[in-house]
Design a protein. Structure first.
Length: 562
Protein backbone atom coordinates (compact mmCIF):
# COMPACT_ATOMS: atom_id res chain seq x y z
CA UNK A 1 0.00 0.00 0.00
CA UNK A 2 2.74 2.49 0.94
CA UNK A 3 4.61 1.87 -2.36
CA UNK A 4 1.41 2.55 -4.30
CA UNK A 5 0.87 5.81 -2.44
CA UNK A 6 4.45 6.94 -3.03
CA UNK A 7 4.12 6.19 -6.73
CA UNK A 8 0.91 8.20 -6.87
CA UNK A 9 2.58 11.10 -5.07
CA UNK A 10 5.43 11.02 -7.56
CA UNK A 11 2.98 11.21 -10.45
CA UNK A 12 1.15 14.09 -8.78
CA UNK A 13 4.32 16.09 -8.21
CA UNK A 14 5.66 15.46 -11.69
CA UNK A 15 2.38 16.68 -13.13
CA UNK A 16 2.37 19.79 -10.96
CA UNK A 17 3.60 22.28 -13.54
CA UNK A 18 1.11 21.04 -16.09
CA UNK A 19 -1.79 21.24 -13.64
CA UNK A 20 -0.71 24.71 -12.54
CA UNK A 21 -1.47 25.93 -16.03
CA UNK A 22 -5.09 24.89 -15.52
CA UNK A 23 -5.35 25.80 -11.84
CA UNK A 24 -3.88 28.71 -9.94
CA UNK A 25 -1.27 27.56 -7.39
CA UNK A 26 -0.19 30.12 -4.82
CA UNK A 27 3.51 30.29 -3.98
CA UNK A 28 5.62 32.32 -1.60
CA UNK A 29 3.53 34.91 0.23
CA UNK A 30 0.61 34.88 -2.19
CA UNK A 31 -2.98 34.07 -1.18
CA UNK A 32 -6.29 34.35 -3.07
CA UNK A 33 -7.90 37.75 -2.86
CA UNK A 34 -10.75 37.80 -0.36
CA UNK A 35 -10.04 34.25 0.79
CA UNK A 36 -11.47 34.89 4.26
CA UNK A 37 -14.78 36.28 3.02
CA UNK A 38 -16.62 39.43 3.99
CA UNK A 39 -17.83 39.68 7.57
CA UNK A 40 -19.49 42.29 9.81
CA UNK A 41 -17.06 44.12 12.07
CA UNK A 42 -17.92 42.12 15.19
CA UNK A 43 -16.86 38.88 13.46
CA UNK A 44 -13.41 40.11 12.43
CA UNK A 45 -10.32 38.68 14.12
CA UNK A 46 -7.40 40.79 15.32
CA UNK A 47 -5.22 40.05 12.25
CA UNK A 48 -8.07 40.99 9.93
CA UNK A 49 -8.62 44.26 11.78
CA UNK A 50 -4.90 45.17 11.67
CA UNK A 51 -3.89 44.05 8.16
CA UNK A 52 -2.20 40.99 9.70
CA UNK A 53 0.18 43.06 11.81
CA UNK A 54 -1.10 41.79 15.18
CA UNK A 55 -2.20 38.58 16.86
CA UNK A 56 -4.84 38.23 19.55
CA UNK A 57 -4.20 38.49 23.28
CA UNK A 58 -5.93 36.08 25.66
CA UNK A 59 -8.46 38.80 26.52
CA UNK A 60 -9.28 39.38 22.86
CA UNK A 61 -9.75 35.63 22.39
CA UNK A 62 -12.22 35.54 25.29
CA UNK A 63 -14.06 38.52 23.80
CA UNK A 64 -14.30 36.79 20.42
CA UNK A 65 -15.59 33.56 21.99
CA UNK A 66 -18.10 35.53 24.08
CA UNK A 67 -19.36 37.20 20.90
CA UNK A 68 -19.84 33.74 19.33
CA UNK A 69 -21.88 32.59 22.35
CA UNK A 70 -24.21 35.57 21.98
CA UNK A 71 -24.51 35.04 18.23
CA UNK A 72 -25.10 31.28 17.93
CA UNK A 73 -27.11 28.56 19.67
CA UNK A 74 -24.53 25.92 18.69
CA UNK A 75 -21.78 26.90 21.13
CA UNK A 76 -20.76 25.45 24.49
CA UNK A 77 -17.60 26.68 26.23
CA UNK A 78 -15.44 24.46 28.42
CA UNK A 79 -12.91 25.91 30.85
CA UNK A 80 -10.17 23.35 30.27
CA UNK A 81 -7.81 24.41 33.06
CA UNK A 82 -6.49 27.32 35.09
CA UNK A 83 -2.83 28.18 34.55
CA UNK A 84 -0.21 28.97 37.16
CA UNK A 85 -0.88 32.65 36.46
CA UNK A 86 -4.60 32.05 37.16
CA UNK A 87 -5.76 32.39 33.56
CA UNK A 88 -8.54 30.20 32.20
CA UNK A 89 -8.10 28.33 28.92
CA UNK A 90 -11.38 28.01 26.98
CA UNK A 91 -12.30 25.32 24.48
CA UNK A 92 -15.35 25.81 22.29
CA UNK A 93 -17.65 22.86 21.53
CA UNK A 94 -19.43 23.33 18.21
CA UNK A 95 -22.42 21.05 17.64
CA UNK A 96 -25.77 21.08 15.86
CA UNK A 97 -27.87 20.75 17.91
CA UNK A 98 -25.90 22.23 20.81
CA UNK A 99 -24.67 19.76 23.40
CA UNK A 100 -22.94 20.21 26.73
CA UNK A 101 -21.56 16.84 27.78
CA UNK A 102 -19.51 13.89 26.49
CA UNK A 103 -22.50 11.63 27.20
CA UNK A 104 -24.58 13.63 24.73
CA UNK A 105 -21.75 13.37 22.21
CA UNK A 106 -21.70 9.58 22.53
CA UNK A 107 -25.48 9.37 22.05
CA UNK A 108 -25.25 11.53 18.93
CA UNK A 109 -22.98 8.93 17.24
CA UNK A 110 -21.12 11.83 15.63
CA UNK A 111 -17.35 11.94 15.25
CA UNK A 112 -15.54 14.18 17.73
CA UNK A 113 -12.64 16.25 16.37
CA UNK A 114 -10.35 18.39 18.53
CA UNK A 115 -8.51 21.36 16.98
CA UNK A 116 -5.68 23.05 18.89
CA UNK A 117 -3.55 26.11 18.22
CA UNK A 118 -0.86 28.12 19.94
CA UNK A 119 0.85 25.47 22.04
CA UNK A 120 3.86 27.61 21.05
CA UNK A 121 2.64 31.22 20.99
CA UNK A 122 5.47 32.44 18.77
CA UNK A 123 3.63 30.29 16.20
CA UNK A 124 0.27 32.13 16.29
CA UNK A 125 -1.05 31.35 12.79
CA UNK A 126 -2.86 28.20 13.95
CA UNK A 127 -4.63 30.19 16.68
CA UNK A 128 -5.89 32.79 14.24
CA UNK A 129 -6.90 30.23 11.60
CA UNK A 130 -8.95 28.32 14.18
CA UNK A 131 -10.81 31.47 15.23
CA UNK A 132 -11.66 32.12 11.58
CA UNK A 133 -12.70 28.50 11.08
CA UNK A 134 -14.94 28.61 14.16
CA UNK A 135 -16.69 31.58 12.60
CA UNK A 136 -16.95 29.72 9.28
CA UNK A 137 -18.38 26.58 10.91
CA UNK A 138 -21.05 28.51 12.79
CA UNK A 139 -22.09 31.06 10.17
CA UNK A 140 -20.39 30.32 6.84
CA UNK A 141 -19.71 27.72 4.20
CA UNK A 142 -18.58 25.04 6.67
CA UNK A 143 -21.89 24.86 8.58
CA UNK A 144 -22.62 21.48 7.01
CA UNK A 145 -19.70 19.75 8.76
CA UNK A 146 -21.75 19.83 11.96
CA UNK A 147 -24.11 17.36 10.29
CA UNK A 148 -21.73 14.57 11.24
CA UNK A 149 -19.08 16.16 13.47
CA UNK A 150 -18.73 17.58 16.95
CA UNK A 151 -15.79 19.98 16.81
CA UNK A 152 -13.92 21.15 19.90
CA UNK A 153 -11.70 24.18 19.25
CA UNK A 154 -8.97 25.38 21.59
CA UNK A 155 -7.45 28.31 19.68
CA UNK A 156 -4.90 29.29 22.33
CA UNK A 157 -3.63 26.37 24.38
CA UNK A 158 -0.67 28.20 25.94
CA UNK A 159 -2.53 31.14 27.45
CA UNK A 160 0.31 32.34 29.69
CA UNK A 161 2.91 32.15 26.93
CA UNK A 162 0.58 33.95 24.55
CA UNK A 163 0.62 37.07 26.71
CA UNK A 164 4.37 37.05 27.39
CA UNK A 165 4.94 39.52 24.60
CA UNK A 166 8.17 40.06 22.71
CA UNK A 167 9.19 41.89 19.52
CA UNK A 168 9.20 39.99 16.25
CA UNK A 169 10.67 40.61 12.80
CA UNK A 170 7.94 40.69 10.21
CA UNK A 171 4.30 40.06 11.10
CA UNK A 172 2.84 39.88 13.62
CA UNK A 173 5.11 42.55 15.07
CA UNK A 174 4.62 41.35 18.65
CA UNK A 175 4.37 37.66 19.56
CA UNK A 176 4.16 35.46 22.61
CA UNK A 177 6.73 33.21 24.25
CA UNK A 178 7.34 29.62 23.25
CA UNK A 179 7.05 28.26 26.79
CA UNK A 180 4.49 28.57 29.57
CA UNK A 181 4.82 30.55 32.80
CA UNK A 182 6.99 27.78 34.28
CA UNK A 183 9.30 28.15 31.26
CA UNK A 184 8.32 24.65 30.11
CA UNK A 185 7.71 23.53 26.55
CA UNK A 186 4.15 22.18 26.57
CA UNK A 187 4.78 20.07 23.49
CA UNK A 188 7.38 18.06 25.39
CA UNK A 189 5.10 17.31 28.34
CA UNK A 190 2.87 14.67 26.80
CA UNK A 191 4.36 11.77 28.81
CA UNK A 192 5.67 13.25 32.07
CA UNK A 193 2.64 15.49 32.72
CA UNK A 194 4.37 18.24 34.61
CA UNK A 195 2.14 21.16 33.61
CA UNK A 196 -1.37 22.30 34.42
CA UNK A 197 -2.00 22.81 30.72
CA UNK A 198 -1.38 19.25 29.51
CA UNK A 199 -3.00 17.73 32.60
CA UNK A 200 -6.08 19.83 31.88
CA UNK A 201 -6.13 18.84 28.22
CA UNK A 202 -6.00 15.14 29.06
CA UNK A 203 -8.48 15.17 31.93
CA UNK A 204 -11.02 17.57 30.42
CA UNK A 205 -10.93 16.81 26.70
CA UNK A 206 -9.09 13.60 25.86
CA UNK A 207 -10.37 11.41 28.69
CA UNK A 208 -14.00 12.58 28.61
CA UNK A 209 -14.74 13.63 25.03
CA UNK A 210 -12.43 11.01 23.48
CA UNK A 211 -11.80 12.71 20.10
CA UNK A 212 -11.38 10.36 17.16
CA UNK A 213 -8.99 12.88 15.59
CA UNK A 214 -6.91 15.74 16.97
CA UNK A 215 -5.09 18.55 15.13
CA UNK A 216 -2.16 20.52 16.56
CA UNK A 217 -1.07 23.65 14.67
CA UNK A 218 2.56 24.82 14.50
CA UNK A 219 5.11 26.83 12.50
CA UNK A 220 8.59 25.76 11.42
CA UNK A 221 11.66 28.00 11.51
CA UNK A 222 12.71 30.42 8.81
CA UNK A 223 15.40 28.32 7.20
CA UNK A 224 13.31 25.71 5.40
CA UNK A 225 14.06 24.60 1.85
CA UNK A 226 10.88 22.86 0.77
CA UNK A 227 8.20 24.47 -1.35
CA UNK A 228 5.04 23.46 0.50
CA UNK A 229 2.57 25.82 2.15
CA UNK A 230 2.23 23.49 5.13
CA UNK A 231 3.47 20.07 6.18
CA UNK A 232 1.57 17.39 8.07
CA UNK A 233 2.58 14.43 10.23
CA UNK A 234 0.79 11.78 12.25
CA UNK A 235 1.79 9.64 15.22
CA UNK A 236 5.02 7.77 14.46
CA UNK A 237 5.62 5.99 17.78
CA UNK A 238 6.31 2.32 16.89
CA UNK A 239 4.62 1.29 20.16
CA UNK A 240 1.25 2.63 18.95
CA UNK A 241 -1.27 0.40 17.21
CA UNK A 242 -0.58 0.71 13.46
CA UNK A 243 -4.26 0.89 12.45
CA UNK A 244 -5.14 4.54 13.23
CA UNK A 245 -1.77 5.99 12.18
CA UNK A 246 -1.78 3.86 9.02
CA UNK A 247 -5.24 5.13 8.11
CA UNK A 248 -4.13 8.75 8.48
CA UNK A 249 -1.00 8.18 6.40
CA UNK A 250 -2.52 5.95 3.71
CA UNK A 251 -5.99 7.42 3.23
CA UNK A 252 -6.54 10.76 4.95
CA UNK A 253 -3.31 12.50 3.96
CA UNK A 254 -3.50 11.75 0.21
CA UNK A 255 -7.14 12.85 0.17
CA UNK A 256 -6.60 16.16 1.95
CA UNK A 257 -3.52 16.87 -0.16
CA UNK A 258 -5.65 16.70 -3.29
CA UNK A 259 -8.49 18.66 -1.70
CA UNK A 260 -6.21 21.46 -0.49
CA UNK A 261 -4.70 21.83 -3.94
CA UNK A 262 -8.07 21.74 -5.70
CA UNK A 263 -10.03 23.98 -3.34
CA UNK A 264 -7.37 26.35 -2.02
CA UNK A 265 -4.56 26.38 -4.59
CA UNK A 266 -1.90 25.21 -2.12
CA UNK A 267 0.65 22.44 -2.34
CA UNK A 268 0.92 20.54 0.95
CA UNK A 269 2.85 17.41 1.87
CA UNK A 270 4.53 15.53 4.71
CA UNK A 271 6.15 17.56 7.50
CA UNK A 272 9.81 16.96 6.72
CA UNK A 273 13.12 18.66 6.14
CA UNK A 274 15.87 18.10 3.60
CA UNK A 275 19.57 17.41 4.00
CA UNK A 276 22.14 20.11 3.21
CA UNK A 277 22.62 19.08 -0.40
CA UNK A 278 21.41 20.14 -3.80
CA UNK A 279 19.56 18.35 -5.05
CA UNK A 280 18.34 16.96 -1.72
CA UNK A 281 18.76 13.23 -1.23
CA UNK A 282 16.69 12.82 1.96
CA UNK A 283 13.19 13.97 2.89
CA UNK A 284 12.88 13.12 6.57
CA UNK A 285 10.84 13.72 9.72
CA UNK A 286 13.99 13.99 11.81
CA UNK A 287 15.21 16.98 9.79
CA UNK A 288 11.98 18.72 10.88
CA UNK A 289 12.42 17.82 14.59
CA UNK A 290 9.66 15.20 14.52
CA UNK A 291 10.99 12.14 16.33
CA UNK A 292 9.19 8.86 16.93
CA UNK A 293 9.11 9.41 20.68
CA UNK A 294 5.89 10.11 22.59
CA UNK A 295 6.89 13.44 24.15
CA UNK A 296 4.78 15.38 21.62
CA UNK A 297 1.02 15.65 22.15
CA UNK A 298 0.14 14.28 18.70
CA UNK A 299 2.52 11.33 19.09
CA UNK A 300 1.31 10.49 22.58
CA UNK A 301 -2.31 10.63 21.49
CA UNK A 302 -1.62 7.92 18.94
CA UNK A 303 -0.75 5.55 21.79
CA UNK A 304 -4.44 5.74 22.73
CA UNK A 305 -5.47 4.11 19.42
CA UNK A 306 -6.71 7.44 18.08
CA UNK A 307 -5.80 9.60 15.08
CA UNK A 308 -3.57 12.65 15.33
CA UNK A 309 -2.23 15.31 12.99
CA UNK A 310 0.50 17.86 13.61
CA UNK A 311 0.94 20.53 10.93
CA UNK A 312 3.59 23.22 10.47
CA UNK A 313 3.87 26.14 8.08
CA UNK A 314 7.23 27.52 6.88
CA UNK A 315 8.29 30.31 9.20
CA UNK A 316 9.54 32.74 6.56
CA UNK A 317 6.22 33.32 4.83
CA UNK A 318 3.87 36.19 5.69
CA UNK A 319 1.49 35.95 8.63
CA UNK A 320 -1.53 36.03 6.35
CA UNK A 321 -0.11 33.24 4.19
CA UNK A 322 0.58 31.07 7.23
CA UNK A 323 -2.94 31.60 8.57
CA UNK A 324 -4.36 30.75 5.16
CA UNK A 325 -2.36 27.53 5.01
CA UNK A 326 -3.75 26.28 8.34
CA UNK A 327 -7.22 27.46 7.36
CA UNK A 328 -7.04 25.53 4.09
CA UNK A 329 -5.63 22.34 5.57
CA UNK A 330 -8.04 22.19 8.52
CA UNK A 331 -10.98 22.90 6.20
CA UNK A 332 -9.94 19.93 4.06
CA UNK A 333 -9.55 17.73 7.15
CA UNK A 334 -13.02 18.65 8.43
CA UNK A 335 -14.60 17.96 5.05
CA UNK A 336 -12.92 14.56 5.00
CA UNK A 337 -13.96 13.71 8.56
CA UNK A 338 -17.52 14.84 7.86
CA UNK A 339 -17.71 12.28 5.06
CA UNK A 340 -15.60 9.48 6.55
CA UNK A 341 -16.16 9.94 10.29
CA UNK A 342 -17.90 6.63 10.87
CA UNK A 343 -15.08 4.80 9.11
CA UNK A 344 -12.53 6.64 11.22
CA UNK A 345 -14.37 5.76 14.41
CA UNK A 346 -14.44 2.10 13.49
CA UNK A 347 -10.69 2.04 12.76
CA UNK A 348 -10.08 3.36 16.28
CA UNK A 349 -12.57 1.04 17.99
CA UNK A 350 -11.12 -1.90 16.13
CA UNK A 351 -7.66 -0.97 17.43
CA UNK A 352 -9.11 -0.83 20.96
CA UNK A 353 -10.49 -4.33 20.59
CA UNK A 354 -7.30 -5.73 19.09
CA UNK A 355 -5.11 -4.30 21.86
CA UNK A 356 -7.30 -5.87 24.54
CA UNK A 357 -7.57 -9.21 22.74
CA UNK A 358 -3.79 -9.43 22.26
CA UNK A 359 -3.25 -8.97 25.99
CA UNK A 360 -5.90 -11.54 26.89
CA UNK A 361 -4.56 -14.20 24.52
CA UNK A 362 -0.79 -13.65 24.48
CA UNK A 363 0.42 -11.74 27.55
CA UNK A 364 0.13 -14.50 30.14
CA UNK A 365 2.48 -16.76 28.17
CA UNK A 366 5.04 -14.00 27.72
CA UNK A 367 4.82 -14.05 23.91
CA UNK A 368 3.36 -10.56 23.50
CA UNK A 369 6.02 -7.97 22.62
CA UNK A 370 6.05 -4.28 21.85
CA UNK A 371 8.61 -1.62 21.00
CA UNK A 372 10.35 0.64 23.51
CA UNK A 373 12.47 2.52 20.95
CA UNK A 374 12.46 3.15 17.23
CA UNK A 375 13.89 4.95 14.24
CA UNK A 376 12.88 6.10 10.76
CA UNK A 377 13.49 4.17 7.59
CA UNK A 378 12.65 4.99 3.98
CA UNK A 379 9.35 4.14 2.33
CA UNK A 380 11.22 4.40 -0.97
CA UNK A 381 11.84 7.23 -3.43
CA UNK A 382 9.52 10.22 -3.71
CA UNK A 383 9.50 13.47 -5.68
CA UNK A 384 9.35 16.70 -3.68
CA UNK A 385 9.13 20.44 -4.22
CA UNK A 386 12.19 22.39 -3.09
CA UNK A 387 14.21 25.55 -3.65
CA UNK A 388 17.90 25.49 -4.51
CA UNK A 389 18.69 27.68 -1.52
CA UNK A 390 17.18 27.82 1.94
CA UNK A 391 15.55 30.99 3.11
CA UNK A 392 18.19 33.48 4.27
CA UNK A 393 16.84 36.53 6.07
CA UNK A 394 18.56 39.84 5.41
CA UNK A 395 18.04 43.20 7.09
CA UNK A 396 15.55 45.39 5.23
CA UNK A 397 17.46 48.49 3.98
CA UNK A 398 17.02 51.46 6.27
CA UNK A 399 15.69 49.36 9.14
CA UNK A 400 16.85 47.02 11.88
CA UNK A 401 14.37 44.34 10.85
CA UNK A 402 15.11 41.12 9.01
CA UNK A 403 13.08 40.36 5.91
CA UNK A 404 10.85 37.33 6.27
CA UNK A 405 11.20 35.72 2.86
CA UNK A 406 14.00 35.64 0.33
CA UNK A 407 13.20 36.80 -3.21
CA UNK A 408 13.92 33.40 -4.75
CA UNK A 409 11.14 31.85 -2.63
CA UNK A 410 8.40 34.07 -4.00
CA UNK A 411 8.09 31.95 -7.13
CA UNK A 412 7.48 28.28 -7.81
CA UNK A 413 9.96 25.70 -6.42
CA UNK A 414 11.61 22.99 -8.47
CA UNK A 415 10.56 19.35 -8.67
CA UNK A 416 13.30 17.17 -7.18
CA UNK A 417 12.97 13.52 -8.16
CA UNK A 418 14.00 10.37 -6.36
CA UNK A 419 14.45 11.56 -2.77
CA UNK A 420 14.48 9.04 0.09
CA UNK A 421 11.21 9.32 1.99
CA UNK A 422 12.49 8.83 5.57
CA UNK A 423 9.28 8.77 7.58
CA UNK A 424 8.61 5.05 8.12
CA UNK A 425 8.58 4.31 11.88
CA UNK A 426 10.20 1.00 12.79
CA UNK A 427 10.99 -0.50 16.18
CA UNK A 428 14.62 -1.02 17.22
CA UNK A 429 14.26 -2.43 20.76
CA UNK A 430 11.44 -4.42 22.28
CA UNK A 431 10.22 -5.68 25.63
CA UNK A 432 7.66 -8.20 26.79
CA UNK A 433 4.16 -6.90 27.41
CA UNK A 434 2.95 -8.32 30.75
CA UNK A 435 -0.54 -9.28 31.79
CA UNK A 436 -0.28 -6.41 34.21
CA UNK A 437 1.90 -4.16 36.36
CA UNK A 438 2.02 -3.89 40.15
CA UNK A 439 3.07 -0.56 41.67
CA UNK A 440 3.92 -0.06 45.37
CA UNK A 441 1.41 1.99 47.35
CA UNK A 442 4.03 4.63 48.16
CA UNK A 443 4.39 5.44 44.44
CA UNK A 444 0.87 6.79 44.29
CA UNK A 445 2.00 9.68 42.09
CA UNK A 446 2.61 7.14 39.29
CA UNK A 447 -0.93 5.85 39.61
CA UNK A 448 -2.23 9.42 39.37
CA UNK A 449 -0.23 10.12 36.21
CA UNK A 450 -1.45 6.89 34.63
CA UNK A 451 -5.05 7.81 35.37
CA UNK A 452 -4.48 11.17 33.74
CA UNK A 453 -3.27 9.20 30.71
CA UNK A 454 -6.67 7.44 30.84
CA UNK A 455 -5.12 4.19 32.07
CA UNK A 456 -7.36 2.27 34.44
CA UNK A 457 -5.58 1.68 37.77
CA UNK A 458 -7.13 -0.27 40.63
CA UNK A 459 -6.08 -0.73 44.26
CA UNK A 460 -5.76 -4.27 45.59
CA UNK A 461 -8.32 -4.94 48.31
CA UNK A 462 -6.50 -8.08 49.43
CA UNK A 463 -3.03 -9.60 48.91
CA UNK A 464 -2.28 -11.53 45.72
CA UNK A 465 0.46 -13.92 44.63
CA UNK A 466 1.85 -13.60 41.13
CA UNK A 467 4.62 -14.86 38.87
CA UNK A 468 6.49 -12.58 36.53
CA UNK A 469 9.76 -10.73 36.07
CA UNK A 470 11.74 -7.89 37.57
CA UNK A 471 14.16 -5.42 36.06
CA UNK A 472 17.48 -5.30 37.91
CA UNK A 473 19.07 -1.85 37.62
CA UNK A 474 22.85 -1.97 37.47
CA UNK A 475 23.27 1.75 36.85
CA UNK A 476 21.14 4.87 36.71
CA UNK A 477 22.78 7.00 34.05
CA UNK A 478 22.14 10.02 31.88
CA UNK A 479 21.87 10.46 28.15
CA UNK A 480 20.64 12.95 25.59
CA UNK A 481 17.38 12.38 23.78
CA UNK A 482 16.03 14.85 21.19
CA UNK A 483 17.69 17.79 22.94
CA UNK A 484 16.86 16.76 26.51
CA UNK A 485 18.80 15.15 29.34
CA UNK A 486 17.14 11.79 29.85
CA UNK A 487 17.57 9.14 32.52
CA UNK A 488 18.95 5.88 31.09
CA UNK A 489 18.86 2.62 33.03
CA UNK A 490 21.41 -0.13 32.51
CA UNK A 491 20.37 -3.61 33.53
CA UNK A 492 18.05 -6.41 32.48
CA UNK A 493 14.97 -8.46 33.26
CA UNK A 494 15.08 -11.66 35.27
CA UNK A 495 12.31 -14.10 36.09
CA UNK A 496 11.30 -13.85 39.72
CA UNK A 497 10.04 -16.49 42.14
CA UNK A 498 6.41 -16.30 43.20
CA UNK A 499 5.84 -12.99 44.95
CA UNK A 500 3.08 -11.74 47.18
CA UNK A 501 1.87 -8.14 47.02
CA UNK A 502 -0.11 -6.59 49.87
CA UNK A 503 -3.48 -4.90 49.86
CA UNK A 504 -3.11 -1.27 48.85
CA UNK A 505 -0.78 -2.08 45.94
CA UNK A 506 -1.76 -0.43 42.66
CA UNK A 507 -2.57 -2.84 39.83
CA UNK A 508 -2.70 -2.05 36.11
CA UNK A 509 -4.58 -4.78 34.27
CA UNK A 510 -3.28 -4.52 30.70
CA UNK A 511 -6.50 -5.88 29.17
CA UNK A 512 -7.66 -2.33 28.43
CA UNK A 513 -7.56 -0.11 25.32
CA UNK A 514 -4.83 2.16 26.74
CA UNK A 515 -2.44 -0.75 27.36
CA UNK A 516 0.12 0.74 24.95
CA UNK A 517 0.14 3.98 26.95
CA UNK A 518 0.77 2.09 30.20
CA UNK A 519 3.50 0.00 28.58
CA UNK A 520 5.29 3.05 27.17
CA UNK A 521 5.10 4.98 30.43
CA UNK A 522 6.12 2.16 32.78
CA UNK A 523 8.71 0.16 30.88
CA UNK A 524 12.13 0.92 32.42
CA UNK A 525 13.88 1.21 29.06
CA UNK A 526 11.23 3.05 27.05
CA UNK A 527 12.69 5.85 24.93
CA UNK A 528 11.05 8.63 26.92
CA UNK A 529 8.73 7.02 29.45
CA UNK A 530 8.40 7.90 33.12
CA UNK A 531 11.97 6.78 33.81
CA UNK A 532 13.44 8.79 30.96
CA UNK A 533 11.73 11.99 32.05
CA UNK A 534 12.95 11.67 35.64
CA UNK A 535 9.54 10.96 37.18
CA UNK A 536 11.18 8.29 39.37
CA UNK A 537 14.31 10.26 40.26
CA UNK A 538 13.12 10.90 43.81
CA UNK A 539 12.61 7.21 44.38
CA UNK A 540 16.01 6.30 42.93
CA UNK A 541 17.65 8.82 45.23
CA UNK A 542 15.79 7.51 48.28
CA UNK A 543 17.12 3.97 47.75
CA UNK A 544 20.66 5.09 46.83
CA UNK A 545 20.40 3.72 43.30
CA UNK A 546 23.52 5.71 42.38
CA UNK A 547 25.61 3.55 44.74
CA UNK A 548 24.30 0.01 44.28
CA UNK A 549 22.19 -2.26 42.13
CA UNK A 550 18.49 -2.17 42.89
CA UNK A 551 15.30 -3.75 41.60
CA UNK A 552 13.00 -1.51 39.55
CA UNK A 553 10.00 -0.97 41.82
CA UNK A 554 7.33 -1.69 39.20
CA UNK A 555 6.71 -5.42 38.85
CA UNK A 556 5.61 -7.11 35.64
CA UNK A 557 3.33 -10.04 36.33
CA UNK A 558 2.22 -12.64 33.82
CA UNK A 559 -0.04 -14.78 35.96
CA UNK A 560 -2.05 -14.30 39.14
CA UNK A 561 -1.68 -17.49 41.18
CA UNK A 562 -4.24 -16.82 43.88
Amino acid sequence: MKKIIISLLAVLVCGLLASAAAQKIYWGDSVPKGWNGSWPAKFLTVPEKTKYERTASSTEILEFIDMLKWSSDKVYVINMFVTTLRKVCPAVVLANPRLTSPEEAVKSLKTVVYLQGNIHPYEPEGKEALLMLTREILFGKLKHVLDNLIIIVCPCFNIDGNDTWTLNDGTPHIIGSGNNAQNLNLNRDAVKLGTAEVNGLYRTIFNHWDPTLIYDGHMMGRGVQHGYAIGYATCTVPTAHPGPRGYVFDKLFPAIREATRKNFGLEVFTHCGTDNKWPPTIWSHEAAIWSNEAKFVANAYGLRNRMAILAETPGHESFERRIYAHYALVSSILEYANTHGKEMQEICRSADREVVEAVKTKAESGELKNWVAGKYESWGKVDILAYRQRNVSEVIPGTSVRAKIAAHMLGAPEVVKGVEFMTKPVGTAEATVPRGYLIPAELDFLAEKLRTHNVRVEVLSKPIKVSGEEFVIDKVGQGRGEGYNMVKLEGGFAKSPVKEFPAGTFRVDMAQPTANVAFYCLEPQAADGFVGWGVLDGYFKSVAADKRSIVYPIYKYFKILE
